[in-house]
Design a protein around this ligand. Structure first.
Ligand code: PAF
Length: 282
């Protein structure tokens, strides 16, 4: 596995591979890798000649300094996991390399509703930061295919729109959520849960799966209110939102018959750790 720290060197290398008509799959991450990330590497490996993974904890997408300061960093373990998974290149830049003072970022893109709801409403500036870093990474890596996980469902919709807005010749693929055996969605933040919080955290996915199987028993609003109240009854859980939305527009669904698709999305603090998850209802 080749390791790059410098964006110009990686860009040169990547251009050379594309000139040889080699297809490049790209998996951007913030490190603290788990099986969810590795599933993206594996998907990229089967569909491309080369796989590049970036590890960069992007400061501009954190709306809380403490969340950024405490973001888990496990670089050596990450490199081992990537090597074992057969990743060809790991890119580990520093902040100055990703954001040299010459890199301007004008957000000319209007994403409409999809950026203003759910995470957009609760984490001001988060998606601007995500778009800023992913645009920059795509310009450096110049991949053929970008791989994203479904756990960050809204991020996937936004980045797909961004790629098309800037007319990048890049296919955006979404891979399924990887879960722990009890159903908790894998997340780098799970590493920060205390044992008692880890036990409580599974209630989030349980609620989403219950909504999935109870669907149509009541209105979307009644279901989300019922499960929000159930979750909040646990003193370790504080639900920020639990919404049933259209899978395309992310608009809230008032009546099941109003939408051709539905996803239940949740964000909740378990102890002090903020987790997100989602389940497709139909
Ligand atoms: O999903 C993530 O880990 C991050 O938002 C991403 C896409 C790597 C950008 O920093």
């Amino acid at each position: 596995m080749i390791e790059f720290k410098n964006s110009e060197n990686l860009n040169k290398w990547s251009k050379a591979q594309r000139e040889k008509h080699l297809k490049i799959g790209f998996v951007p991450t913030m490190g603290a890798l788990h099986e969810g990330h590795i599933s993206l590497i594996e998907a990229a490996k089967t569909e491309n000649d080369l796989v590049i993974c970036s590890i960069f904890v992007n400061p501009t997408q954190f709306n809380e300094q403490e969340d950024f300061d405490k973001y888990p960093i496990t670089i050596e373990k990450d490199k081992d996991l990537l090597f074992q998974a057969g990743c060809h290149v790991v890119f580990i830049p520093d902040v100055a390399n990703i954001y040299p003072s010459s890199t301007a970022f004008d957000l000319e893109i209007d994403l409409g509703n999809i950026a203003n709801v759910l995470e957009g409403a609760h984490r001001p500036g988060h998606f601007e930061g995500v778009m800023q870093v992913v645009k920059r990474l795509l310009e450096i890596v110049e991949p053929n295919v970008l791989y994203l996980g479904k756990k960050d469902y809204q991020q996937y919709l936004i980045l797909k729109k961004m790629v098309s807005f800037y007319q990048f010749d890049i296919e955006v693929k979404q891979c399924p959520i990887v879960r722990e055996p009890d159903g908790l969605a894998m997340s780098s933040r799970n590493l920060r849960l205390k044992p008692v919080e880890r036990n409580a955290a599974v209630q989030l996915s349980k609620a989403l799966f219950a909504i999935q199987s109870d669907q149509f028993s009541s209105s979307p609003k009644a279901l989300s209110e019922k499960f929000t109240a159930n979750l909040n009854a646990n003193p370790l859980i504080d639900v920020e939102y639990l919404e049933i939305v259209s899978a395309e527009s992310l608009g809230k669904i008032d009546d099941w018959k109003d939408s051709e698709s539905a996803v239940a999305c949740i964000a909740a603090k378990v102890g002090s750790i903020r987790l997100i998850d989602n389940v497709t209802i139909y």
